[in-house]
Design a protein around this ligand. Sequence first.
Ligand code: FES
Length: 85
Amino acid sequence: MRISFVKTVKAKDDKTILDIAYDNNIKIKSPCNGKGKCGKCLVKAKGNVSHITKAEKKLVSEKKLEKGYRLACETKLTGDCEVFW
Ligand code: FES
């Protein structure tokens, strides 16, 4: 499985985009330390990712969710994916 940031990295199943970014020294703002409470880890994810969570419905506008914006700390990979932030 791979996920693309500025560079392409390998990733394991069931990790969040935030965890994968952290593991690869890619910085994404995360003031609440990935607890799904601040809404600041917003990224645009294109590809195979988990379903939208309750925290995302609460913290991200419907319009942004429709455009593919997700919370990096709530979104897990389910396959190859590209991430922009
Ligand atoms: S780091 Fe705060 S919501 Fe993701």
